[in-house]
Design a binder for this molecule. Structure first.
Ligand code: ATP
Length: 367
């Protein structure tokens, strides 16, 4: 089922009696989430991700705008009547109930036409437990489960009512690194199998990039960019998005365009067409550097870290906004770690130019 957010805005009144400063938590969010897709809402703390999710599920009222599930306007419906499954970061399982009782719980509250017999409830519970692969653990209490298993129970409990939309609020943040990886693949598998339109919130760009069909990058309540993860990574619309996606992060330099050349310090590293002379930010992805004795960018070599398949060259440059310049190269390419400097050529599709004032991307041909 598609989810339509039509100019959705949420303004929280000021909490401080002395000031009238309102918080615009979500500002004019306008987007149609396609049917059956996994969408990651991504951004730093406070950017409005959770508020957006809570407005979709009905826990927060909109200040203005409308929300549709398919053709149904759900803006004024209560959460119970929207048909959403919600999974919280802290699982929120009932500690005194077994896994089976936890999953079955939402079915016991169904009334009227939706009311189920005991056998039907059991069947649905087992189905959901199988889907998340915890059917062996049905008689355990939550305290007897690992964090990852508890999160699966929470997902099964959200799925058992066969929701129209599944919403996940930071579903992986309480898990350790290994379980995060495993559980995020699980979420992807479950979403593919059920084909339920799923929206999840995270501040972890790698997590969002790895499992989403579509990512929505937010900053201070405003959507910055929406697209397939790779497209957003390959073509960020502004400096914020460029910096937010990618590990190690993009390298940013202060530079300028002069006579069709892009300068970092005194070195002309690239040519551009039809761009007026101006000061710019220059972003270069770590994988965008090629070690080349005749390269046009010179950096002071700090260290070479060999990491199996790749090597990370750590260097410095006066024009760099980051303390160090990080480049990732194939470890077959040998760099003398005792050298004072290292020279690079830049891959044209890995360098982005941004207006120094607005930080918006300057879209142009770079060679
Ligand atoms: P986090 O990752 O830290 O959860 P988030 O991106 O989910 O952040 P929100 O929780 O949606 O951000 O908050 C967005 C903004 O709205 C923040 O500035 C926050 O302080 C503010 N806010 C959220 N809830 C309320 C509230 N009930 N009353 C007032 N302001 C609120």
């Amino acid at each position: 089922m598609k989810v339509v957010l039509q100019n959705v805005t949420k303004i929280f009144p000021s909490r401080n009696k002395k000031s009238n400063e309102e918080v615009v938590a979500v500002n004019n969010f306008d987007f149609t989430i396609p049917d059956g897709k996994l969408v990651g809402l991504l951004g730093p703390s406070g950017c409005g991700k959770s508020t957006t999710l809570y407005m979709i599920c009905g826990l927060q009222k909109l200040s203005s705008g409308r929300i549709f599930f398919g053709e149904d306007d759900v803006t004024d419906l209560s959460p119970e009547n929207r048909g959403v499954g919600l999974v919280f970061q802290n699982y929120a399982l009932y500690p005194h109930m077994t896994v089976k009782q936890n999953i079955m719980f939402p079915l016991q509250n169904l009334t009227g036409k939706a009311k189920l017999t005991k056998d039907e409830m059991l069947e649905r519970t087992l189905e959901a437990a199988k889907l998340v692969q915890i059917d062996e653990l049905l008689d355990r209490k939550p305290s007897e489960l690992s964090g990852g298993q508890q999160q699966r129970v929470a997902i099964a409990r959200a799925l058992v009512k066969m929701p129209r939309i599944l919403l996940l609020d930071e579903p992986l943040s309480n898990l350790d690194a290994r379980l995060r990886l495993q559980t995020r693949e699980e979420i992807r598998r479950i979403q593919r199998e059920t084909k339920i339109t799923t929206i999840f919130v995270t501040h972890d760009q790698e997590e969002a990039m790895s499992i989403s069909d579509v990512i929505v990058v937010m900053k201070l309540g405003v959507v910055q960019q929406i697209g397939a993860p790779q497209d957003v990574y390959d073509s960020p619309r502004n400096l914020f998005v460029a910096k937010f996606l990618g590990t190690p992060p993009i390298n940013v330099f202060e530079g300028q365009i002069n006579g069709g050349k892009v300068y970092i310090g005194k070195e002309a590293v690239m040519s551009v067409k039809d761009v007026p002379d101006q000061k710019v930010y220059i972003g270069i992805r770590p994988e965008g550097f090629i070690v080349d004795a005749n390269g046009s960018l010179t950096c002071d070599l700090q260290s070479v870290e060999v990491m199996g398949r790749d090597s990370s060259i750590v260097s410095t440059n006066e024009a760099s906004s980051n303390p160090t310049v990080r480049s990732i190269i194939d470890s077959d390419i040998k760099v003398d770690p005792s050298a004072k400097t290292v020279k690079f050529r830049i891959k044209p599709n890995k360098i982005f130019l941004f207006n120094k004032e607005t930080e918006e991307r300057i879209f142009c041909e770079v060679k």
